[in-house]
Design a protein around this ligand. Sequence first.
Ligand code: EPS
Length: 387
Amino acid sequence: MRFLTGGESHGRGLVTIVEGLPAGLELPRDLLESELARRRRGWGRGPRMAIERDRLEVWSGLRDGVTTGAPLSICLENTEWESWRGALDPHKVDPEKAEDRRIDCPRPGHSDMVGGIKYGHSDMRNVLERSSARSTAALTLAGTVARALLDRLGVTVRGAVTSIGGVAIEDPLSEEEWTRAETSDLGCPREVDEKVLISRISKAKEEGDSLGGTFLVSLWGMPVGVGSYVEWDRRLDGRLAGAVMSIPAIKGVEIGGGFNLAALPGSLVHDEIAVEDGEIVRLSNRAGGLEGGMTNGQDVLVRAAMKPIPTMRKPLRSVDLARGENTMAHFERSDSCAVPAACVVGEAMVAWVAASALTERFGGDVMADLERRVSELRLETGRDRRE
Ligand code: EPS
């Protein structure tokens, strides 16, 4: 499976094309819409989230709510396109409107300056428009399609925010906590932590500052042996880390115990194997469900760190590149914290990698065949946890 996205933050809209999907997968419109709505969540999102409706239109690959095996194309209209059209029209811009939207002062930490150098744009609007995190709505669509496929195979992907602006909260432990994280506006597993996070974000917002944080994504029910140790680009941990790291503003990814494992002796790290009631079990899950780049039947755990958003009302020092003078960075409305949204995008990317790897492992033309093969393997390995 592969997907491509197109579209600019304030352009006509976004496009996601998913290719290689099995035929026969039900893809309810509600699921696509509810994941897009979940990505708009969060305390500290900018005013645009109240405006943006994420109206989606499926252009191909779906008939009567079921995939046909043809490329699935989904378009997401930008609500405010008409008010930006003069400045961004693909065929002819209005020079005055384009000048009003011109960006000369790059934001440190954003793609503005390097993107301008790379593509030869003196107006960094051309960079901002594509590098904006608006593009994560298109990633979420691809990930939601993957989520539907995983669901059919009894694999569940979930996410929870685990810190914001240095305020750490405990990982979800129970089923209820995971469910709460999924539905909470802050991606928070426990209500008591929400108040602390809200006041931390509100303070940053008042100060014109921005905040990052961390989130955890889990995959429950992956069959054993997805991914492979035999070559670098087949290792599932590498693929997961690459996909999550590709989300804008992500600066670190850990699998299982991650960085903490480097400080411990092997005896406290590796997950011991035992037999209980005739079944092979593990006594812990510090490996985060992956050994040798393959799923080992335990929950896959991926944690990511997001840096604070570079667009700040209290901007950092920068240079006006048109005049060559010291000044402050460009500011336009933005989010002060997007960690809960990034968590939904993280779930999407993890779902995407898992679904792609499953179709590679089990064959991906027809959904019913894929489902049967996964079931057969689960029965063989005694791991049909759906029973
Ligand atoms: C973003 C800036 C804001 C965010 C946007 C990402 O948009 P605007 O400049 O139009 O107010 O709202 O995120 C989204 C639009 C979205 O759907 O997540 C940025 O500069 O990255």
